[in-house]
Design a protein around this ligand. Structure first.
Ligand code: UDP
Length: 364
C-alpha cells in the first residue's frame, strides 16, 4: 500500500470526522471498516417496509456546542425535533425525566411552582453525603419511591448488575426537573439529520477510500502507515492481554404496523414490565410521512456487538491498564466510545475528534 499518512479504523463519528478533516489538509488517508456499511452504531437504513430505522438503537442528536453543530451542518441539513419520552409505571404513562407533572401525577399532589416541587422532594430524598453509585445518586435526588418505580428495575435490566455497582454518572445522565419541561434532554440544539445518519456519513466520507469488511487484525501486518487512529474496542486491539472489557449490547426486535403511528411518543420506557427496556418509534423523530410504522423493542444482552462500556469501578480500572499500553504506542491514537471505554454522546465524540485533529495538525 502507498505511503499512507493515516490508517483510520472504523467509520463511526470518530473515524469519519477525522478522515474528513485529515483529508481536507491533503493527508493520505485510508479508512477500514469491519462491517459492510458506514456510520458505526449510528447507521440507519430503510427497512423492507420503507421506514427509516436506526439499526443499533435510537440516536438522538443534541448539543450545546454551536461549533460542532456548524461543522456537521456542512454535511447534512437538519430536522429540529425535541425528543419526548414517557415511562410506563403500573399501567400509567408518566413524563420522563421526572418533572413536576410526574410528581403530581405519581404522588397525587398539586405542586404549582419549582420551589414547591423542591420542598416536596426534600421530604422524599434520602440523605447521602457523597452519592457513590447510581442507586445512591437517585436516592439522594428523588428518594426511594421514585427510585424503585422508575430507575431500579430499568437499570438492572439494562446493565444486568446491581445499581450500587454502577458509577453514578450513568443515572446522572438523566436530568431531574422541578418545572414542567418534558423534553428528554436539556441541550439547546436538538435535531435529526434531515436525510438520516447514513447520508450524513456518506457526505463526510465522500472521496475517501474505504475498505469495507476489513477488520484491523486482518490487515495490520500488511499495511504501512505513519499514524494510526483506532476507534474499535481497545481490549481487542491489545488481544485482551489484561482480560476482556465488558461492553453491554442490545437485541432489537422490529415490528411493523399498518397504521400511521403505534404510540404517541418517540420512546416509551418499561422499567418494571417485560424483558425489553423500551419501545422506540423513531418515525416521530425522523418525521417520515407514510401510512405504516416500525417500532423497535430493545432487549439488553451480554452477547452481541459492543454498544455501551459498563462503568463500574472494576471495569474502569481494567480499562486504565489498556489506556497505559495505548499511551506507550507512538503515533497511535485511540478515540471514541469503544476505544476510550467511555459512555459518550455523539456530540462529545465529534468534539473529541475535532480536538484530536487540531492536535494532529500541529504535529510535524
Ligand atoms: N434509566 C432508568 N430508567 C429509565 C431510563 C433510564 O433507570 O426510564 C437509567 C438507566 O440506568 C440507563 C441510564 O438511566 O442506563 C441512562 O439512560 P439513557 O436514556 O441516557 O440511556 P441510553 O439512551 O444511552 O441507552
Amino acid at each position: 500500500m502507498r505511503d499512507l499518512d493515516y490508517l483510520i479504523v472504523g467509520t463511526g463519528f470518530s473515524g469519519a470526522v477525522l478522515a474528513e478533516r485529515l483529508s481536507s489538509i491533503k493527508k493520505k488517508v485510508l479508512v477500514i471498516e469491519k462491517r459492510s456499511h458506514l456510520g458505526g452504531n449510528s447507521y440507519d437504513y430503510y427497512d423492507e417496509h420503507g421506514i427509516l430505522v436506526h439499526k443499533y438503537g435510537p440516536h438522538y442528536f443534541r448539543t450545546n456546542d454551536k461549533n460542532i453543530f456548524n461543522y456537521l451542518s456542512k454535511f447534512t441539513k437538519w430536522r429540529h425535533y425535541e425528543y419526548r419520552v414517557r415511562t410506563s409505571v403500573d399501567g400509567n404513562l408518566y413524563p420522563f425525566p421526572i418533572n413536576r407533572d410526574t410528581l403530581n401525577q405519581f404522588f397525587n399532589t398539586n405542586l404549582k411552582t419549582e420551589d414547591e416541587a423542591k420542598e416536596f422532594l426534600k421530604t422524599k430524598i434520602v440523605s447521602i453525603k457523597n452519592p457513590g453509585n447510581a442507586e445512591e445518586q437517585i436516592l439522594a435526588t428523588l428518594g426511594k419511591e421514585l427510585y424503585e418505580k422508575f430507575y431500579k428495575n430499568y437499570t438492572k435490566k439494562q446493565w444486568n448488575i446491581a445499581p450500587t455497582k454502577l458509577e453514578s454518572s450513568v443515572t446522572a445522565r438523566i436530568p431531574v426537573r422541578y418545572n414542567t419541561d418534558d423534553r428528554y434532554f436539556n441541550e439547546e440544539i436538538q435535531a435529526m439529520p434531515l436525510n438520516g445518519y447514513f447520508k450524513l456519513f456518506e457526505n463526510l466520507l465522500e472521496n475517501i477510500e474505504i475498505w469495507f469488511n476489513t477488520p484491523f487484525n486482518k490487515v495490520k501486518n500488511d499495511l504501512e502507515y505513519k499514524n494510526l487512529i483506532y476507534t474499535g474496542p481497545i481490549d481487542e486491539f491489545f488481544d485482551y492481554k489484561f482480560g476482556k472489557l465488558p461492553y453491554r449490547s442490545l437485541k432489537f426486535v422490529h415490528e411493523n404496523y399498518d397504521k400511521e403511528f403505534y404510540q404517541n411518543w418517540v420512546q416509551i420506557n418499561y422499567p418494571n414490565d417485560y424483558d425489553y427496556t423500551r419501545i422506540v418509534e423513531i418515525k416521530h423523530a425522523t418525521g417520515q410521512n407514510c401510512s405504516n410504522t416500525t417500532i423497535v423493542k430493545e432487549y439488553p444482552s451480554d452477547q452481541g456487538k459492543p454498544f455501551y462500556p459498563i462503568p463500574t469501578k472494576y471495569n474502569l480500572a481494567l480499562y486504565k491498564n489498556y489506556e497505559q499500553e495505548a499511551l506507550k504506542l507512538k503515533n497511535s491514537y485511540f478515540i471514541g466510545r469503544l476505544a476510550t471505554y467511555r459512555y459518550l454522546n455523539m456530540d462529545e465524540v465529534v468534539k473529541n475528534a475535532l480536538d484530536l485533529f487540531q492536535m494532529l495538525q500541529k504535529k510535524k
